[in-house]
Every structure is written in structure tokens, then in C-alpha cells.
Design a protein around this ligand. Structure first.
Ligand SMILES: NC(=O)C1=CN([C@@H]2O[C@H](COP(=O)(O)OP(=O)(O)OC[C@H]3O[C@@H](n4cnc5c(N)ncnc54)[C@H](OP(=O)(O)O)[C@@H]3O)[C@@H](O)[C@H]2O)[C@@H](O)CC1
Ligand SMILES: Nc1ncnc2c1ncn2[C@@H]1O[C@H](COP(=O)(O)OP(=O)(O)OP(=O)(O)O)[C@@H](O)[C@H]1O
Ligand SMILES: [Mg+2]
Length: 362
């Protein structure tokens, strides 16, 4: 079945101010809550589900905005990454720079004070906010006050963001994760789409209410993160013989969030259809590819939510399909020349060509 047939998106749309963007996201929420679920009975296994290889190329072409000289800075997307701590500075950088390379106008990183100068030194393109604090730097009696300050620092920007990526290189410090929980609640209150990755998946797996029932949330688990989610939510082990059915049940149990299960094929579901993206990437599994994916999904989510997508297609799903396909194509381009030496930075360098081959800039 051609999943893409009913989709029509006006490519020449005009971008809206952040307030209008918020209203649009609200109207999507209303549509998402009212949307019916279409099932097909798979008679061979008797379970109710649908699956399909997504027509990713058409989806990317449809949701990538044209480069319009009348637009101003910010209208092609403002992304924020919440992540970066003493141990990890690469992951938030990979996510944030990928968003810019794909076409977002502005990319922010909210990280700990230790991580900020390092991330800034990787690139002058990123707007880096040294606002997060870990337990070791805050006395017990100051925690409440510091937490309020941290959340306020992010909150003053919140309405301007088209998407948050929470988790790449965040670490697992309990105080830091408490602050990030509050940031996620504020993002949800402002109807900002959230891509939950890396250590934020650890946080969310233990605090499902943070995303339960929020259709603008995307979880992007790798093999370990998926296993933990399945064990926690479905109270069983991962069953690869019923990969699609299990993914669909998991998304449904978390109230219709979208899950992008990373692997040999990326599987994407909001509890309704299961879409797969199997474009060949490479046999190289260097760390950081998931971070590129989170930045890529964030950009396509922000584009997909900007205009009226087909009423019966979830723009969050479309953003995930586009983000996954673009990354996988970039991986294959990087591997063509770099082979075993392929690194995350090589893949990032191929993001532009990957998109250009599919949706040329005019
Ligand atoms: N260049 C960079 O900066 C990159 C940084 N990266 C960043 O690394 C972070 C972890 O992501 P990952 O993908 O390694 O997590 P994953 O496969 O679940 O873990 C593997 C094993 O390690 C363990 N473990 C992990 N963290 C732990 C902790 N804080 N404390 C204790 N245990 C911990 C974990 O144990 P478990 O949770 O199963 O108990 C599992 O067995 C995340 O922030 C990511 O963004 C990557 O994006 C790559 C590039
Ligand atoms: N076995 C595989 N075969 C082909 N592609 C894969 C395979 N596993 C993962 N990928 C691809 O690599 C991308 C990153 O997935 P991966 O599982 O490495 O994420 P991750 O562990 O979160 O990465 P990171 O190191 O950035 O944290 C996914 O989009 C997926 O397309
Ligand atoms: Mg990861």
C-alpha cells in the first residue's frame, strides 16, 4: 500500500510567527486526539496491526520547505538540544549541528557549565547556554532555588522553539534529571514537540507521566533503551518475532506517543500503523549516529508541524520517517568514501548532499 497517497502539503507555504506556530501545534493536538485508528487484521498471526515500508523520498520532498527569499531567520526552524555534561560533549554537538546542516536556522544547546566552553569550541554556529547543574556543584539546601533558576533560564526561550531534543549526552545525575523533568513539563505545557533520546529515555522510562498521552513526543530508543522501555511498560522481554505488534502496543500503552525504534530497519509507530525505514546505511556502528538522528528528526518534525498535513496522517510520524531516511542515506554516502574509518563527523558532512539529492534547493 502506498502510505503517501493521501498526503498533500502546500510546499510554498509561508512560515508563521512563534505564536501562530503554537496555535498550529494546538490544533494538531486536537486533531490527533480525534483521529480514528485504522487497523487491518493480519490473518496469519491473528494480531491487529498494519506495517509498511514508508515512501520516505516522497515524504522528504513534501515536507522540506522551499528556500524562499522573503523568509527571515528562524522561520526554517529553531531547535534546542538539552544535553551535555562533564562526560559527554560530543552527543549534544552532533544533534545540534546536524539540525543546522539539514536546514534549521538556529540551534541552541542547554548544557552544564563544564560542558559549555567545550561545545562552544567545537562550533561558533551553536548558541550554547551553560545553565544546567549537576549534584556535585550544588549544596543540598540550595537545590530548590537552583532548580527554579535553571528551569526559568530555559523557559524564557521555550515559546520560540519549534522542537526540543532532550537527552543526548545528558548523563544521569539525579538533580540534573529532576531539573530536566521540569523543563519537559514546561515544553509540554507550551505544546513544543519533544524528541526524547539517550539519557532522557532513562529518565522517561522511570517517569512515564512525562510523556504519557503527549502526541508531540517522539521516543528514539536504541537496542538497550528499547529493552528497558519494553520491560518497564509491557512487563515482558523484547520479542523480535512480533516486533511490529510489540512496538505498536508499547506506543499505545504510553498514550499514543511516537516511538522510533532504531536498528537494522528503523521502526516507527504511534500505536496505529508501523512504518519501517530500511534504506541501506552502512555496517559501521560508530557512536553518535543516534545523536544525528535526533537532530534530524527534530528539524523534520518542526517542518511537518508547520502546515496542514493530510488530516489522516500524523505529522510526527512523517517527521520521523524523513529524519531516519535522511540520516541513513547520509551514512551510506559517508561510508562510500570513508569505509571503516567512517566517523560521526563524516556522516554530518554528508547530510547536506543527502538532502540535496532528494530535494534539491532552488
Ligand atoms: N561522543 C559522545 O559524546 C557520545 C555520547 N553518547 C551519550 O552516551 C550516553 C549513553 O548512551 P549509550 O548509547 O551509550 O547508552 P546505552 O547503549 O543505553 O548504554 C550502554 C551501557 O552503558 C550503561 N550506561 C550508559 N550511561 C550510563 C550512566 N550515565 N551511568 C551508568 N551506566 C550507564 C548502560 O547501562 P544500563 O542503563 O543498561 O544500566 C548500558 O549498559 C548518552 O548520553 C548518549 O547520548 C552517545 O550518544 C555516543 C556518542
Ligand atoms: N544493525 C543496524 N543496521 C543498520 N543500521 C543500523 C543498525 N543499528 C542502528 N542503525 C542505524 O543507526 C542509527 C543510530 O542507531 P543506534 O542504535 O546506533 O543509536 P544510538 O545507540 O542511540 O547511537 P548513539 O551512539 O548516537 O547514542 C539508526 O537510525 C539506525 O538507522
Ligand atoms: Mg543514543
Amino acid at each position: 500500500m502506498n502510505q503517501f497517497a493521501p498526503l498533500s502539503i502546500a510546499r510554498n507555504y509561508s512560515f508563521a510567527s512563534s505564536t501562530v506556530a503554537v496555535l498550529r501545534r494546538q490544533s494538531f493536538l486536537i486533531r490527533a486526539l480525534g483521529r480514528g485508528i485504522h487497523h487491518k487484521v493480519d490473518s496469519t498471526i491473528g494480531s491487529i496491526m498494519q506495517e509498511t515500508e514508508a515512501d520516505a523520498v516522497s515524504i522528504i520532498r513534501a515536507i522540506t520547505p522551499t528556500l524562499d527569499p522573503t523568509r527571515h531567520k528562524g522561520q526554517a526552524g529553531r531547535i534546542a538540544v538539552i544535553g551535555g555534561c562533564r562526560e559527554y560533549t560530543g552527543a549534544p554537538y552532533f544533534a545540534a549541528i546536524s539540525a543546522l546542516k539539514i536546514g534549521a536556522d538556529l540551534s541552541h544547546v542547554f548544557c552544564t557549565k563544564d560542558a559549555a566552553p567545550i561545545i562552544k569550541s567545537y562550533s561558533p554556529e551553536l548558541i550554547v547556554h551553560p545553565v544546567l547543574e549537576e549534584s556535585y556543584s550544588v549544596r543540598e539546601e540550595e537545590r530548590k532555588q537552583v532548580s527554579v533558576k535553571v528551569v526559568a533560564e530555559v523557559d524564557k526561550w521555550m515559546e520560540r522553539f519549534d522542537c526540543l531534543v532532550v537527552g543526548p549526552g545528558l548523563g544521569r545525575d539525579p538533580f540534573l534529571l529532576d531539573c530536566v523533568s521540569e523543563i519537559m513539563k514546561h515544553a509540554r505545557h507550551s505544546n513544543v514537540p519533544i524528541v526524547v533520546d539517550g539519557d532522557a529515555l532513562f529518565l522517561v522510562t522511570n517517569n512515564l507521566d512525562l510523556v504519557h498521552g503527549y502526541p508531540l513526543a517522539v521516543l528514539t530508543p536504541n537496542v538497550n533503551e528499547y529493552k528497558r522501555l519494553v520491560q518497564k511498560v509491557l512487563k515482558c522481554e523484547v520479542d523480535d518475532a512480533d516486533a511490529h505488534g510489540q512496538l505498536s502496543s508499547l506506543a499505545k500503552q504510553i498514550g499514543g506517543v511516537t516511538i522510533l525504534r532504531k536498528g537494522r530497519s528503523d521502526l516507527i509507530s504511534d500505536g496505529d500503523l508501523v512504518n519501517s525505514v530500511s534504506i541501506y546505511g552502512s555496517p559501521r556502528r560508530c557512536g553518535g549516529q543516534g545523536d544525528i538522528l535526533s537532530g534530524s528528526v527534530a528539524v523534520f518534525l518542526s517542518w511537518a508541524h508547520r502546515d496542514s498535513v493530510a488530516a489522516d496522517r500524523n505529522p510526527t510520524i512523517l517527521g520521523c520517517i524523513a529524519g531516519s531516511a535522511l540520516l541513513r542515506k547520509a551514512v551510506s554516502l559517508a561510508f562510500e568514501t570513508r569505509k571503516r574509518a567512517t566517523l560521526t563527523t563524516d556522516i554530518i558532512e554528508c547530510l547536506g548532499r543527502s538532502l540535496e539529492d532528494i530535494s534539491p534547493a532552488r
